[in-house]
Design a protein around this ligand. Structure first.
Ligand SMILES: Nc1ncnc2c1ncn2[C@@H]1O[C@H](COP(=O)(O)OP(=O)(O)OP(=O)(O)O)[C@@H](O)[C@H]1O
Ligand SMILES: [Mg+2]
Length: 259
């Protein structure tokens, strides 16, 4: 659900969206549990994830990375604060609005692919649209598979694909609704380094050629170095933000947070 440029002056469509972040968090808190044992998974997080940009989210285990991703994607409610997804405050949205917003605006990719084993690649890819009540032609699903380099694997089932290929099917499935933001939680966590590289190169290409907005959690400094910037979390707070990251620079910052 991208904002359209309604300005009638002859300007490129991108101008209207440049200042509007794809996702914005304002003072977001997420507390789990009750008084004595309460955990502040997110402890007042404010940030903007840009349109046409790739942000990596890093931090020690338990620092709130997955909680941040789920809150930003509207998959989990927040205790306080605001989450603006493509300009809409999702913390104020009804369940119905939230369901359609999630379906149309976000894509989500998981570490362990979460493909359905009994369905072919093209059936897996078509699933989000089918679940949304839309008819999908086989051709649409195949086109998206072709865009992730799997034109010749559309009739294969997940067990007949390599890990990197499975993750590319999962990315195709997330992209079929043309989401404003693609969220990925450790998308290369289960892959060997060469499969990881093919997935990261695909994500990079989506940002560079289509202006996709991507938010990716990773533990791997080499993966984070493919992104445009890196957010560092510690104890539910943003403690640093690096632009044009390098793997050694990211590794050093992370090591300092982990002590
Ligand atoms: N459903 C839940 N109930 C209670 N506590 C939770 C729940 N989910 C997360 N937490 C707590 O919130 C904190 C942040 O968890 P989160 O999963 O966001 O961390 P993370 O940075 O993604 O960690 P990892 O790198 O291990 O995946 C942790 O202390 C965790 O124990
Ligand atoms: Mg996590």
């Amino acid at each position: 659900m991208r904002m359209m440029n309604t300005d009638l002056r002859a300007e490129p469509a991108a101008t209207a969206t440049e200042n509007l972040p794809a996702v914005e968090l304002r003072g977001v808190r997420r507390t789990y549990g009750k008084h004595g044992t309460a955990v502040n998974a997110l402890d007042g997080v404010s940030t903007r994830f840009p349109d046409a940009g790739w942000t990596a989210v890093m931090g020690p285990s338990g620092s709130g990375k997955s909680t941040l991703l789920h809150a930003a994607a509207g998959l989990e409610s927040v205790t306080s604060g605001e989450v603006l997804l493509a300009g809409t405050d999702i913390t104020a949205a009804s369940d119905e609005e939230l369901t359609s917003l999630r379906r149309d605006t976000i894509g989500f990719v998981f570490q362990n692919f979460n493909l359905i084993g009994s369905l072919t690649a093209e059936q897996n890819v078509a699933l989000p649209l089918r679940l949304g009540g839309q008819r999908v032609s086989t051709r649409d699903a195949r086109d998206v598979l072709a865009s992730v380099g799997l034109a010749d694997r559309s009739r294969h089932r997940p067990r007949e694909l390599s890990g990197g290929q499975r993750q590319r099917v999962a990315i195709a499935r997330a992209m079929i609704t043309r989401p404003a933001v693609l969220f990925a939680d450790e998308p290369t966590g289960a892959l060997d380094s060469s499969s990881a590289k093919s997935v990261l190169a695909l994500l990079r290409d989506m940002v560079d050629t289509s202006g996709q907005s991507i938010v990716m959690v990773t533990h791997d400094p080499a993966a984070a170095a493919w992104a445009d910037s890196v957010l560092f979390l510690s104890d539910g707070r943003i403690v640093d933000h690096a632009h044009s990251p390098t793997a050694p620079g990211v590794a050093e910052r992370l090591a300092a947070l982990e002590v």
